[in-house]
Design a protein. Structure first.
Length: 83
C-alpha cells in the first residue's frame, strides 16, 4: 500500500521534510506511526508515546486505530492551540 504522508510544524522541522511517499504494509494509523518510529533517532523521539501529535487521513482527524486506505493522504502534526 502506498501513502502520501505530510508533516507539519515541529515535525517537519525535526524530520527535515514536509512530505514523502511511504510504502506501508500495516493497516492502522498506529501501524504507520510504529513503522516511522522504527527509523530510530528523531523519528522515535518525536513519535514516542507521550509526545503530543495528531493524525489526519484525507483531511479528517482520526484516532490511531483508524484503518488507512491505499493512496490515502496522512498528515501528522502537533496539536494546535488558539487564542
Amino acid at each position: 500500500m502506498n501513502l502520501r504522508v505530510l508533516y507539519f510544524a515541529r515535525l517537519r522541522e525535526h524530520f527535515g521534510l514536509a512530505e514523502e511517499n511511504v510504502d506501508f504494509a500495516g493497516a492502522t494509523a498506529a501501524d504507520l506511526v510504529a513503522q516511522l518510529q522504527a527509523r530510530g533517532g528523531v523519528w522515535a523521539e518525536e513519535l514516542a508515546a507521550g509526545r503530543a501529535f495528531r493524525v489526519a487521513v484525507n483531511q479528517d482527524i482520526v484516532t490511531l486505530d483508524a484503518i488507512l486506505p491505499d493512496h490515502a493522504e496522512v498528515a501528522i502534526f502537533p496539536p494546535v492551540t488558539g487564542g
